[in-house]
Ligand binder design. Structure first.
Ligand code: TMP
Length: 213
């Protein structure tokens, strides 16, 4: 029995984590086995890599090439250790970011060669692809405001990605647009400027046709 693999994508500030949690809750209420994961991370090894990428003091000098490989080291571990076995058991896997983020951030954002980026991704995931990808879209200005508010709050540790300049995030946003246009069947755009409930309703309309009765 094959499971269902759904990924959530978009620039920061679109409310992905909230929506992943809401969808998981609704699926569980209906008796589905829903597993929530995030990238980078999702396994003990992946969470160490996540810390290195986002918060470690030494990451100020991290090169885009190293960033690309670390993202995909975390991903290969997640695919093999968790995602494939879960899908083989028929579970629904919800992942907060997956390889479209690599194309958008390391490809378009960091401007690494796109074909090279895609081949690294292919090495990490092999035949494992999302059945459905929900691209939560907010205008760049909204995501910038939310990012600035988070940085001002400074309760948590510093986040290297949130320190990038607005030109970087505009390239990332453009990247997500290009990716969505190339695969309109798999990637569905959700207007994340709406209230949380309305975004969830849109997501549910897109997810429910994929569920087994
Ligand atoms: P988040 O979990 O708060 O979204 O943080 C993850 C950060 O990592 C976010 O800024 C996007 C970035 N990222 C990449 O640059 N490439 C990737 O492949 C993934 C999965 C995330």
């Amino acid at each position: 029995m094959a499971g269902l693999f759904i990924t959530f994508e978009g620039t920061e500030g679109g409310g992905k984590s909230t929506q992943v949690a809401l969808l998981a809750e609704r699926l569980r209420q209906l008796g589905h086995h829903a597993r929530v994961l995030r990238e980078p991370g999702g396994t003990p090894i992946g969470e160490e890599i996540r810390h290195l990428l986002k918060h470690h003091p030494a990451n100020e000098v991290m090169m885009p090439e190293a960033e690309l490989l670390l993202m995909n080291a975390s991903r290969a571990q997640l695919v093999l250790e968790v995602i494939r076995p879960a899908l083989a058991r028929g579970e629904i896997v919800l992942c907060d970011r997956f390889y479209d983020s690599t194309i958008a951030y390391q490809g378009y954002g960091r401007q690494l060669d796109l074909d090279l980026v895609k081949s690294v991704v292919h090495f990490a995931v092999g035949r494992t692809h999302p059945d459905l990808t929900l691209l939560l879209q907010v205008p760049v200005e909204v995501s910038e405001r939310r990012r600035a508010a988070r940085q001002a709050a400074t309760a948590g540790p510093r986040d290297r990605f949130e320190e990038a300049d607005s030109a970087f995030f505009r390239r990332v946003e453009h990247g997500f647009q290009q990716i969505a246009e190339a695969e309109p069947e798999r990637i569905r755009i959700v207007d994340a400027t709406q209230c949380i409930e309305a975004v969830h309703d849109d997501i549910w309309r897109l997810v429910s046709p994929h569920l087994m009765p």
